[in-house]
Design a protein. Structure first.
Length: 390
């Protein structure tokens, strides 16, 4: 049986959402194949592990007495999770700490949303170690997280999007920004470039609300995205599962009951309950969405195209805006809440099976990377004059 570390929480405004996703992964992992090792990253950046973290109530009420602080070493092929153990000294000696192996890890299930988890940061650590992990790699995660880079990549693939521009919060010229905005025309969305779960997003209908929206977004990121809002849009979401050419799309969903955009409260504070809390599964929606077969096929094809454009792996949800018969790609979420299992469930893919597939795709990518040559014997040191005087 393989030990799969499930990492959730994190130093992000999406900490709570990530905990819910992580708990759902722990609860639904196939115990005949895998032993989930929960790792909670606290809001101040500590890595905690312990059997008590498999109980959502302990996390909710911050009962961490029976947990241990753990860490990975950034050493290639060291797949161990470590902890510091305090050792008692002798009668006249001080207590000391020693590093001990906590668990041997066979793979990592990243369930971290937002900053430092969904943006390629923690993926880089596991690339250094060489341990298999689920989801997008460093570059794909970074591009998917940064809405500006994402749009530039999508643009190179001729993926349809609404008009946009961006600027940096330090040293920007307000008059020039207003001029650019009004050239596109209100209404506009103002967003932090690197954030999810609708945090920090505002809709501006005029100059006053536009300036207010900038002030909100500036609190969350140094890079601010401004994009044209579609009048009376329909939002359609479609998830993609797989790697490279082995891709399937989920059912298309249409969230209902929202006006300008789905807020954090709309997405996660609904009335429905699961074992670990509410989520997008409990929103009022049409699933499948009531769209024509032609539009359905267009959305599915664009979802796959967006996934491949960033070199995605695992599961991602692509969000679309529909204006009558015109379809725009809004964004890609490389680690969607609850791994979007509810979009695949009606297709006969249970969450347990979805988790297994994600682990398998992570192993497949890791296996491909291990085939690469990473060293080259050039004899450069003996052929260079650098350091000849030493």
């Amino acid at each position: 049986m393989e030990n799969i570390a499930v990492i959730f929480g994190g130093r992000s405004v999406e900490h709570e959402v990530s905990v819910i996703t992580g708990m759902q992964v722990v609860e639904n992992m196939d115990r005949t194949k895998f032993n989930p090792i929960p790792i909670l990253i606290t809001k101040d950046g500590k890595f905690l592990s312990g059997e008590g973290l498999k109980d959502f109530g302990n996390i909710k009420h911050k009962r961490f007495e029976n947990t241990q602080e753990v860490f990975f070493k950034p050493i290639y092929k060291d797949f161990n999770l470590y902890t510091q153990v305090e050792e008692k000294g002798g009668l006249f000696s001080k207590k000391t700490e020693s590093t001990q192996i906590y668990k041997k890890i066979d793979g990592v299930f990243i369930a971290l949303h937002g900053t430092f988890g969904e943006d390629g940061c923690i993926q880089g650590l596991f690339e250094l170690i060489g341990i298999p992990y689920i989801g997008c790699g460093v570059s794909a995660a970074a591009v998917g997280m940064d809405k500006v880079l994402m749009k530039k990549v999508f643009g190179s693939f001729n993926i349809p999007m609404t008009d946009y521009f961006y600027f940096y919060r330090d040293g920007f010229n307000e008059d020039q920004i207003i001029e650019k905005a009004e050239k596109i025309g209100y209404p506009l969305f103002v967003k932090p470039a690197n954030l999810g779960s609708s945090v920090g997003i505002s809709k501006a209908k005029d100059r006053t609300s536009f300036i207010e929206a900038i002030e909100v977004a500036k609190n969350y990121d140094r890079k601010i995205l401004v994009e044209k809002a579609v009048e009376s849009p329909r939002e359609i979401n479609c998830a993609v599962l797989g790697y490279e050419n082995d891709l399937i799309t989920s059912l298309c969903e249409e969230p209902l009951g929202w006006k300008d955009f789905l807020s954090y409260q709309d997405k996660y504070m609904g009335s429905g309950k699961t074992k670990s809390g509410g989520g997008m599964k409990n929103q009022e929606k049409n699933l499948p969405a009531k769209i024509s077969q032609e539009m359905k096929e267009e959305i599915e094809n664009l979802a796959k195209k967006a996934f491949c454009a960033i070199d995605g792996n695992g599961v991602a949800r692509v969000d679309f805006l529909v204006d009558k018969d015109k379809v725009y790609v809004n964004e890609i979420n490389t680690l969607p809440g609850s791994i979007s299992f509810y979009l695949f469930e009606p297709m006969g893919i249970k969450m347990t099976d979805l988790i297994t597939k994600l682990i398998e795709f992570g192993k497949k990518r890791n296996g491909q990377r291990n085939k690469n040559i990473y060293s080259y014997d050039s004899d450069l040191f003996n052929k260079t004059t650098y350091g000849a005087k030493l």
